[in-house]
Design a protein around this ligand. Structure first.
Ligand code: ASP
Length: 364
């Protein structure tokens, strides 16, 4: 090539540089949601025949209220942490879900609440377990995060901390509902397991991406009916039931807690996503990873971790939000009470598998 033209080697270098620049752009730069929110109200072996229109309407109304509360904050430019708390408080206050009011009963006939929350900005986290007097355990978990030097407080100590920070002491009757009491009585009388009487896990959770690019995750639960000996599940365990890291994703889980603890579900999903990103960075020189493949990675990773849970014998589900704004569900049960909303107009709640009307994956 003569004159001022580029020779072949320079041309190749230029193409490689352009490819590199394109690859380092966010995968969904054009239509990626600016904010994104997913919520759950528990997964389980739900039977469509048992779901009367009235029951469905009641669940959908409370899920929608929780989704709207979080979405309003995110749409107004608010923080992912605030959106997560707002959505969870509504579900804790609803007697329909196994968190706050309406929590399941322990073997001893009490309601013992667990919750955790994590900020993806700095991975600061707070958690409480075995709390009996706090109306909104998610707020206590956040206060542990912001006003103590600890991450995890349990039982009486957590309650003393709550009082010292001005939390009202609620009487046991506030949390107790007849349906949950009846489930405990049936479990004892018929020697059933928690899964037999409840058919579903009613834990609640929320994950969010805000317009500043920050991720947050929170989970709140009463645990499993008939739990005893101070049993604690995955919900308040950072890394098992809850995890958020701006570099990877935000996750909240619901399901048979023992299995989620063993797999370290929430952290496992985030860790695999980070590993995928690292691998992608290595791949840049070798060739392009098609956008469709990139877009599918978070769903595939979440499904694969849930398959791992199933392989051990556990069941349940997760909600995941990614830095690109994907709002993902993955569950190995027949249903999961859930909802998602994004700045691109997705806004829906669903109960059984495959009910989503729109994909919250930006390339679809
Ligand atoms: N994961 C919770 C636990 O094991 C139960 C649930 O999801 O409802 O305590």
């Amino acid at each position: 090539m003569g004159g001022g033209g580029l020779d072949l080697a320079a041309m190749k270098k230029l193409i490689a540089l352009v490819a590199l620049a394109l690859m380092s752009q966010p995968a969904f730069a054009e239509d990626a949601p600016k904010w994104s929110l997913a919520i759950h109200g528990g997964a389980g072996t739900l039977d469509p025949a048992q779901m009367t229109p009235e029951k469905r309407a009641a669940y959908e109304a409370d899920l929608q209220a929780a989704l709207d509360a979080g979405a309003k904050i995110l749409a107004g430019g608010g923080d992912a942490m605030d959106a997560v708390k707002a959505a969870i408080i509504i579900m804790e206050d609803s007697p329909l879900f196994n968190a706050g009011k309406g929590a399941v009963f322990t073997w001893d006939g009490t309601n013992e609440l667990d919750a955790s929350i994590m900020d993806g900005r700095d991975r600061s986290a707070g958690a409480v377990a075995g709390v009996k007097t706090v109306k909104n355990p998610i707020l206590l978990a956040d206060t542990v995060r912001t006003q103590s030097e600890h991450v995890f407080l349990v039982g009486k100590g957590a309650e003393e901390f709550a009082v010292s920070k001005g939390f009202a002491v609620m009487p046991p009757e506030y949390f107790a509902t007849p349906a949950r009491r009846e489930a405990l009585e049936r479990l004892k009388a018929e020697k059933l397991s928690a899964l037999d009487v409840d058919h579903k896990f009613g834990t609640v959770g929320a994950v969010a991406l805000d317009t500043k690019g920050n991720l947050a995750a929170g989970t709140s639960t009463g645990g499993m009916t008939g739990k005893r000996w101070g049993r604690v599940g995955d919900a308040p365990l950072i890394g098992a039931g809850t995890y958020a890291d701006n570099r990877a994703c935000a996750v909240s889980a619901t399901g048979w807690g023992e299995y989620f603890i063993r797999v370290g579900v929430a952290h496992e999903i985030c860790a695999r996503l980070r590993a995928f990103e690292e691998f992608r960075a290595l791949e840049v020189e070798g060739g392009e990873v098609p956008a469709e493949v990139l877009a599918k990675a978070p769903q595939q990773i979440a499904d694969s971790v849930m398959a791992d849970v199933a392989q051990l014998g556990g069941d349940g589900g997760v909600i995941v939000v990614t830095p690109e704004g994907q709002a993902i569900f993955s569950f190995n049960t027949t249903g999961m009470y859930r909802g998602r909303a994004t700045s691109t107009g997705v806004n829906e709640v669903a109960i059984f598998g495959g009910e989503e009307k729109v994909s919250a994956t930006p390339d679809h």
